[in-house]
Write a protein that binds this ligand. Structure first.
Ligand SMILES: [Zn+2]
Length: 166
């Protein structure tokens, strides 16, 4: 078998090793994922943080801002990562405001299963647009759903708005 040498690829693999990605984790898989993949829900990849749509949204436009590293606690997030998380949360609220003009937002993290974290091993921040009178939406999480056309349409709309920001 011919052995291929690709310095670019080995740097790529080293970068993943450094981030200590976990094979069984959907967020770690999203870090590796190619955004061009037709089902990818990733909206933006930054240096160490990315923004992805929630496959099981509480509301239309529910986004997650996630550090690339597979970490579970607030105190494991570096100052640099926090700066990027803040920036991406700000982007998310601007983009959602432009797209849907919500009346408000819930922004925050559920730390631990007891607090309602669906994926408690990899910390993530929810950005949930809210509208007056939408309080009856609480869904059953964990149910298997196919990605709906609307979710992919929202993804495309958001990606287009993000391009304007950059
Ligand atoms: Zn992970």
């Amino acid at each position: 078998m011919e052995k291929m040498w690709s310095p670019w690829r080995s740097q790529y693999i080293d970068a993943f090793k450094e981030k200590k990605l976990d094979d069984g984790c959907v967020f770690c898989n999203a870090v590796r994922e190619n955004m061009e993949n037709s089902n990818s829900l990733v909206i933006q990849k930054g240096k160490d943080v990315f923004t992805i749509m929630n496959l099981y949204p509480y509301n239309n436009g529910h986004l997650l801002v996630v550090p690339d590293r597979h970490i579970s606690a607030i105190n494991q997030i570096t100052t640099e990562e926090f700066a990027e998380i803040t920036k991406q949360i700000s982007f998310a609220t601007d983009a959602l405001t432009k797209l849907y003009a919500p009346h408000g937002f819930n922004i925050g993290a559920n730390i631990g299963k007891a607090a309602g974290a669906g994926i408690d091993k990899h910390i993530h921040f929810h950005i949930i647009p809210r509208w007056n009178g939408d309080t009856n939406f609480m869904p059953v999480v964990g149910e298997v759903k196919i990605i709906s056309h609307d979710l992919l349409k929202t993804r495309n709309d958001l990606r287009n708005i993000y391009k304007e920001f950059e």
